[in-house]
Write a protein that binds this ligand. Structure first.
Ligand SMILES: Cc1cc2nc3c(=O)[nH]c(=O)nc-3n(C[C@H](O)[C@H](O)[C@H](O)COP(=O)(O)OP(=O)(O)OC[C@H]3O[C@@H](n4cnc5c(N)ncnc54)[C@H](O)[C@@H]3O)c2cc1C
Length: 462
């Protein structure tokens, strides 16, 4: 029997069929998807992953890879058949090597993002990928979703951090592509196929990653601003002087600030919520201590911004970031919400937000827009809270119609319906609508070539 065989591969600590233990692995953060599984296996090494894949292949059994299960598109949740094997990477959490002179680290897929940041800091190096779920999400999941987060503006997404990968393929073979080279044009760059493929093309078991010099100093500010258009202009102005020293640039609407003030105890809000929009920005590695303040002062005098609070210490900076990170939690307390992680060209952010707000309020009067996020990357979390006092179930039932209203606007700006969260189960049908036939055919060709029996995370992405 397959389950007995799998138990033998992963050993007594490497599997469970216990309902209580399985519960957190079969549902997810937003409680939108719930699945069942034949068994969860937690291999300890790439060879065990390989053996599990080979055994599942023999019996035509599908495998769903799972990292920290913080994904927001249902990609790591098995279907409801109870026949799929859930493969957790959590036990593969070793840091294999860290080479300070090469500015690189080789880690197993189950290392949490925070553990990689900490190990890098201990060696006086910086690993820049950072997102609110970093204590739980795993690097295998980050690479599989091509995660973004708050530092993309300066360092790029998870994809930009990968130097090499180790991947177990659908036939069970192990591809060791764990090179730590900066330059390598010897053939196709195969790692790119697996990054962002959400477990549908291979199972990432380890990664070699790019490190950077430690950050020497940083300045954080929360500025008040009249519109997203002005936020984009502010970014452009600041970049003239600060260039790539701007590490983060996050747009926050006043509604989000009010929600955080109302629902998140202990979150200090250092501004009067009288401005319609705010930008939380961070600049690093300045050689001139006063440049940041001087530039903000110039922007105040020119009227580009209307107020600015500059953090005077690390703890004040953390207080400002806490506001940003608390938005999703605070929005949950305002009733049902629908989330749309989209991107448009940076210069079009302001126009997009206005057009999308007009479209959704025209469709459902009273709907409350909370558009925030990584505006420096053109990535807006276009979230919508239900109209006050409306029925939340009825609101959620309109999920797909409302998404279509938003995505149609995204499409007119040449944007993407998934900026950083991936497709998973959530946007599979939408992908069909918004990608060209040629692109879809290419994706299917890749899937058929790498996983002809459709055993790796079937039903996700395509
Ligand atoms: C509070 C909160 C804030 C967030 N903020 C951000 C943000 O700012 N930016 C952002 O991009 N995302 C964000 N996310 C989403 C999420 O954290 C990321 O998508 C993250 O990269 C998922 O990692 P994970 O280990 O939890 O993956 P999981 O959720 O376990 O899996 C995600 C997908 O990857 C696949 N997968 C996982 N591990 C592997 C592997 N080793 N090999 C192959 N496939 C694998 C799964 O099958 C699934 O399809 C946030 C989530 C939360 C809850």
């Amino acid at each position: 029997m397959l389950t007995d065989f799998l138990k033998g591969i992963v050993g007594p600590n490497g599997w469970t069929t216990d309902d209580v233990e399985l519960e957190p692995h079969l549902t997810e953060w937003r409680d939108t998807w719930r699945g069942k599984t034949l068994m969860m296996v937690s291999p300890d090494c790439a060879e065990q992953v390989s053996a599990v894949v080979k055994a599942c292949r023999e019996t035509n059994t599908a495998i769903v890879p799972q990292g920290g299960n913080t994904g927001l598109c249902g990609g790591a949740i098995p279907d409801s058949s109870g026949e799929q094997v859930l493969l957790s990477l959590s036990r593969m959490n070793r840091i294999r090597t860290l080479e300070p002179l090469n500015h690189s680290i080789v880690v197993e897929a189950g290392c949490t993002l925070a553990a990689i940041q900490d190990a890098s800091a201990a060696a006086d190096r910086f690993f820049p990928l950072s997102l609110a779920a970093e204590g739980s999400c795993q690097i295998g999941g980050n690479l599989s979703t091509n995660a973004g987060g708050i530092n993309v503006l300066r360092y790029g997404t998870a994809r930009s951090q990968a130097l090499g990968l180790e991947v177990v393929l659908a036939d069970g073979s192990i591809w060791d592509g764990l090179r730590t080279l900066r330059k390598d044009t010897a053939g196709y760059d195969l790692k790119q196929i697996f990054i962002g493929s959400e477990g549908t093309l291979g199972i990432i078991t380890a990664a070699s990653l790019r490190l950077y010099p430690s950050i020497k100093n940083s300045r954080t500010a929360l500025v008040s601003i009249d519109s997203p258009n002005r936020a984009v202009k502010l970014l452009s102005e600041l970049r003239k002087e600060l260039s790539d020293q701007i590490q983060a640039f996050e747009l926050i609407p006043d509604r989000a600030i009010r929600y955080v003030a109302r629902h998140i105890p202990g979150c200090r809000i250092p501004v009067e919520p009288t401005s319609p929009w705010y930008v939380l920005l961070e600049s690093v590695n300045s050689f001139d201590d006063e440049l940041f303040e001087r530039l903000l002062m110039n922007c105040l005098e020119s009227g580009l911004i209307t107020d600015a609070v500059v953090a005077k210490s690390d703890s004040e900076s953390e207080d400002l970031w806490r506001i940003r990170h608390a938005i999703s939690e605070a929005q949950k307390k305002e009733g049902a919400s629908l989330k749309h992680d989209v991107s448009v060209p940076v210069g079009a952010v302001g126009e997009f937000i206005q057009a999308a707000e007009n479209a959704v309020t025209g469709y459902l009067p009273g709907i409350r827009m909370v558009a925030f996020g990584h505006v420096g990357d053109g990535n807006i979390h276009f979230n919508l809270s239900q109209p006050k006092d409306d029925d939340s179930v009825a609101f959620l039932a309109r999920r797909q119609e409302i998404a279509t209203v938003v995505y149609d606007v995204v499409a007119t700006f040449g944007g993407s319906i998934s900026a950083e969260h991936g497709v998973g189960q959530a946007k599979k049908d939408d992908l069909r609508k918004y990608k060209s036939e040629t692109e879809l055919t290419l994706m299917k060709t890749l899937k058929n070539a790498l996983d002809p029996e459709n055993l790796l995370n079937p039903g996700k992405v395509i």
